[in-house]
Unconditional design. Structure first.
Length: 166
């Protein structure tokens, strides 16, 4: 947006300089014509000078209107740019909030699932150990069959004994 404003400002400056240049050229032509026709001032010469004066006045008026119009457009563009910048900032804030919420939603179920599956797996191992122990297998045999460390199996069996289950 800033580049658009710079472009508009550059155009305004260029157009103003161009208009001033045209005015200077017209004035120069007017002065040249007046010097050439001056010695014999006639009604025709006065009419030509009057018409050039009228042209210069009209050109100056058009230039003022043009300048005013460009200034109004520049103000409007600045207002639009400010409004768009505000909207862009609001959009960035909204995107950040959405990303944060999205991350929270992704992390929350994953954490819940992992703890739930770990708990289920642990209960399943405990149940299998106790079931095999009830069938008469010792800790080493159970560890070999379930492919678990012997220490883990013995811990489960000892907790059962302490808890009064066996």
């Amino acid at each position: 947006m800033e580049s658009l404003l710079k472009l508009v400002e550059a155009r305004i400056s260029f157009n103003s300089i161009l208009q001033i240049g045209i005015d200077v050229i017209i004035l120069g032509l007017l002065v040249a014509i007046m010097r050439v026709k001056r010695p014999g001032t006639s009604k025709k010469g006065e009419a030509i000078v009057a018409s050039f004066d009228k042209i210069v006045e009209e050109t100056a008026e058009i230039s003022r209107k043009f300048e005013t119009n460009l200034e109004k457009r520049q103000e409007l563009l600045q207002q639009l740019t400010a409004g768009l910048d505000e909207r862009i900032q609001e959009g960035h804030k909204l995107c950040a909030r959405l990303e944060k919420l999205s991350r929270m939603e992704i992390e929350k179920p994953a954490a819940t699932r992992s703890s739930f599956s770990d708990t289920n797996e642990h209960l399943s191992v405990q149940q299998k150990v106790l079931s095999l122990s009830d069938k008469g297998l010792n800790g080493a045999e159970i560890a070999k069959r379930l492919k678990r460390p012997v220490g883990e199996i013995e811990l489960i069996l000892n907790l059962r004994k302490i808890g009064g289950g066996g």
